[in-house]
Design a protein around this ligand. Structure first.
Ligand code: SAM
Length: 382
C-alpha cells in the first residue's frame, strides 16, 4: 500500500516530483500553497483536487488528521533566512509564522492524538541552520520524540552542474531512527554527503563543502547537455539579454559557457535582477569573456555611445525555463537515452498556456532540485 504524503508549501511540486522518482511508493494526498499561479501549475502537472490554495497559518490539526499521513514534505519560505535578504528576521519574520504554527501548534496536537506523521523532510535555504527558527524546530521535534538528521547539500555533489546549497532536515518518530550517521558517509563513493550534528557547533563552511564537492563529485555533465537546440544564428535569440540590461548590469553577471560544469544558484529573481540571481550563458565559446568586457568597459568610460555593441559577439543569453527545469532535474538531459537513463521518469512538465515566462522563472527559482530530494527520500526510507 502506498504511503500517504502531505506536501506543504508545494509551489510547482518539486517534492511531489522527487517522491514519484524515488524508490518509495507514495501518494501525495493533499498539497498546500497560497500562490494562485503555483497552484495552477501544480494542478496542470499532478491532477485536480490535490493542491489546496490556502494560507498554511489557517490549517488546524483536524484538517490534517483526516489524511492519516505517514510523511510530511515541507519547503517553507526561504526569505526569512536567506543571506540575500538584508532584512531577514528569522522566526520574527511574518513569513516564518505559518511554519512555526505548523510545528509548534499543529504537530503537538497531532502527536497527542496519535495522528502525527512518522516521517518528515524539511528543505530550506542555507542560512536556516543558524536561525532561531531552527532552534525552535529542533527543540519541538526532540520534545515530541523525533530522531533528527540535518544536512547541507548542493546538486554539484550529485553531478548536476548547478550550485544550490540547501539545508535538509529528516525526522522519524521514535522508535524509528536512523541506522547510523555513517550511512551518509558510506553512500556511493563518488558523492559527498555531509552530516552536520544537530547542535550547531560543527556546521561545515558551505563554501568549503562546495569546493570539496566539485573535486569529489560524480562526473558532472557539461551545461550544454541541458540546453535547447539553438535557433538559426541569424535570428536574435528569444532569451538574449537585452542591450539596456547589458549596458547597465552586464559587468555583474555570472557568465558561463556551454562547456562549463557549474552554474550559480537560480533564484526567483532570475532575468529580473542581474546579481546573484543565476548564471547567464555565453553561447560564443571562441571569445574570451574578460577581454571583451574590458574593451566594453573602456569604451563606456570613453563615453562611446554604442559601447554595448562590443558585447554582441559573445551572444549572451538567459537560460530558458525549460533549460532550468532540466538543471533542476524536473526533466531529463537532452542527451539522456531511455536505456542509459532508465532510472529517470521521463514524464513531461507543462505550464498553463497563459503563464508568463517571468512567472515561470519565479516559480522555478523558488523550487528544489528534484534529483537531490529524490536521493534524500530514498535515504529517509532506507
Ligand atoms: C520555497 S517555495 C517552495 C517551492 C516548492 N517546494 C516547489 O517545488 O516549487 C515556498 C512556497 O511556499 C508558499 N507559501 C509561503 N507562505 C505560505 C503560507 N503562509 N501559506 C501557503 N503557502 C505559503 C509560497 O507561495 C511558495 O510557493
Amino acid at each position: 500500500m502506498p504511503i500517504r504524503v502531505l506536501e506543504f508549501y508545494s509551489g510547482i511540486g518539486g517534492l511531489h516530483r522527487a517522491l514519484s522518482q524515488s524508490n518509495v511508493e507514495g501518494e501525495v494526498v493533499c498539497a498546500y500553497d497560497w500562490d494562485q499561479c503555483a497552484c495552477r501549475v501544480y494542478t496542470t502537472n499532478y491532477g485536480a483536487n490535490i493542491v489546496k490554495k490556502v494560507d498554511i497559518c489557517t490549517l488546524q490539526a483536524s484538517d490534517l488528521a483526516v489524511h492519516q499521513a505517514d510523511l510530511w514534505l515541507l519547503s517553507p519560505s526561504c526569505q526569512p533566512y536567506t543571506v540575500l535578504n538584508p532584512l531577514a528576521r528569522g522566526a520574527e519574520d511574518p513569513r516564518a509564522k505559518s511554519f512555526i504554527h505548523l510545528i509548534e501548534h499543529v504537530l503537538p496536537q497531532l502527536v497527542a492524538e496519535g495522528a502525527h506523521p512518522s516521517y518528515m523532510l524539511i528543505e530550506n535555504v542555507a542560512g536556516f541552520e543558524t536561525s532561531s527558527t531552527r532552534h525552535r524546530l529542533l527543540a519541538t521535534l526532540e520534545s515530541l520524540r523525533y530522531s533528527i538528521v540535518e544536512l547541507l547539500l548542493t546538486p554539484l555533489q550529485f553531478g548536476v552542474p548547478n550550485s544550490r546549497l540547501r539545508y535538509y532536515l529528516f525526522a522519524k518518530a521514535k522508535p524509528l531512527g536512523f541506522r547510523t550517521v555513517d550511512i551518509l558517509e558510506s553512500a556511493p563513493e563518488s558523492r559527498v554527503w555531509r552530516h552536520i550534528p544537530g547542535r550547531g557547533e560543527d556546521w561545515v563552511d558551505p563554501r568549503s563543502g562546495e569546493e570539496k564537492a566539485q573535486k569529489e563529485q560524480d562526473p558532472t555533465a557539461e551545461i550544454r547537455e541541458y540546453l535547447d537546440a539553438e535557433p538559426d544564428n541569424s535570428l536574435v535569440h528569444p532569451n538574449a539579454v537585452p542591450d539596456p540590461v547589458l549596458e547597465k548590469w552586464g559587468r555583474l553577471f555570472d557568465i558561463v559557457l556551454p562547456s562549463a560544469r557549474r552554474s550559480c544558484c537560480f533564484t526567483r529573481g532570475y532575468a529580473k535582477m542581474a546579481e546573484r540571481s543565476g548564471s547567464v550563458l555565453q553561447m560564443n565559446e571562441e571569445l574570451d569573456t574578460t577581454t571583451v568586457f574590458d574593451r566594453f568597459l573602456a569604451a563606456q568610460r570613453r563615453g562611446e555611445k554604442d559601447a554595448v555593441r562590443i558585447l554582441a559577439p559573445l551572444r549572451l543569453r538567459y537560460f530558458s525555463p525549460t533549460e532550468l527545469l532540466r538543471l533542476f532535474c524536473f526533466l531529463p538531459l537532452v542527451t539522456a537515452s531511455p536505456v542509459a537513463d532508465a532510472s529517470i521518469n521521463h514524464e513531461d512538465f507543462g505550464w498553463p498556456t497563459d503563464l508568463s515566462v517571468k512567472t515561470q522563472y519565479r516559480l522555478i527559482g523558488n523550487s528544489v532540485n528534484v534529483r537531490v530530494v529524490t536521493e534524500l527520500i530514498n535515504y529517509l526510507f532506507e
